[in-house]
Design a protein around this ligand. Structure first.
Ligand code: DC
Length: 220
């Protein structure tokens, strides 16, 4: 087994930015599990599979070929042989990911995939159920969060930069809805594992948050 750092937390807490930085500093691979749920959401949408059709979802999970590669430390997502990295980065797919993350066959497929990826390499993995389900024996477990206001502000600025038209209130509502969905689903809801260290990034820079996480690594 390699060294593993597991990071959970709500959307907009800065998980992926901070996890990527920690991975770069330590020369570990950064594994973005949200991207996998997004890819599965894209597959279900493309194939017009209703999320309430249990049998169809199960078959889809058997058929969808989800793969990852790492190029210069950056994770690339592949779906049926096509690189879908850019196509999964929008709010529609984020919503599909949150919706399909509620389904057992989807979680079983992706958790299994993630656990296999974590074998025999040093990793930083982020998501919603990494400390609780995927890597309960990780060397470092972190619950990374920030206030709703702060998370909505960050996302709003991101959208403005991309030239997307929306109001702060709309973005805040979207953040709150996604929190609610992720925290209240029946299977593997987002929650802080008992032994996960709470890191609140509301008043922290990315660099400070990365340092705080790296300090948790046991000396080898
Ligand atoms: O981290 P993200 O925004 O890319 O994640 C998109 C959605 O995927 C998130 O709202 C819930 C789901 N997800 C999950 O259920 N379990 C994970 N480990 C990661 C993401």
């Amino acid at each position: 087994m390699g060294v593993s750092i597991a990071i959970d937390g709500p959307a907009g807490a800065g998980k992926s930015t901070i996890a990527r930085l920690v991975a770069r500093k330590l020369n570990f691979d950064y594994i973005d599990t949200g991207a996998m749920y997004r890819t599965m959401g894209l597959y279900l949408d493309r194939n017009q599979i209703s999320l309430s059709d249990e049998a169809a979802v199960k078959t889809a999970c058997e058929q969808a070929e989800i793969g990852v590669t790492y190029e210069n430390g950056e994770q690339q997502m592949w779906l049926d042989g096509e690189n879908v990295n850019d196509q999964i980065r929008n709010e529609k797919v984020a919503g599909l990911a949150s919706a399909c993350g509620k389904l057992m066959p989807v979680r079983e497929k992706l958790v299994d995939f993630q656990q296999k990826l974590a074998l025999s390499r040093n990793i930083v993995m982020d998501g919603r159920d990494i400390c609780t389900v995927v890597l309960p024996r990780a060397d470092v477990k972190v619950y990374l969060t920030a206030s709703v206001e702060e998370r909505a502000k960050r996302r709003f600025l991101e959208y403005q930069k991309k030239g997307m038209a929306c109001t702060f209130e709309e973005v805040k509502k979207e953040v709150e809805e996604r929190d609610y969905n992720d925290m209240h689903r029946a299977i593997s809801p987002l929650c802080r594992a008992e032994d996960a260290v709470l890191v609140d990034t509301s008043d922290m820079s990315i660099e400070e948050a990365a340092e705080a996480i790296m300090k948790l690594l046991p000396e080898k």
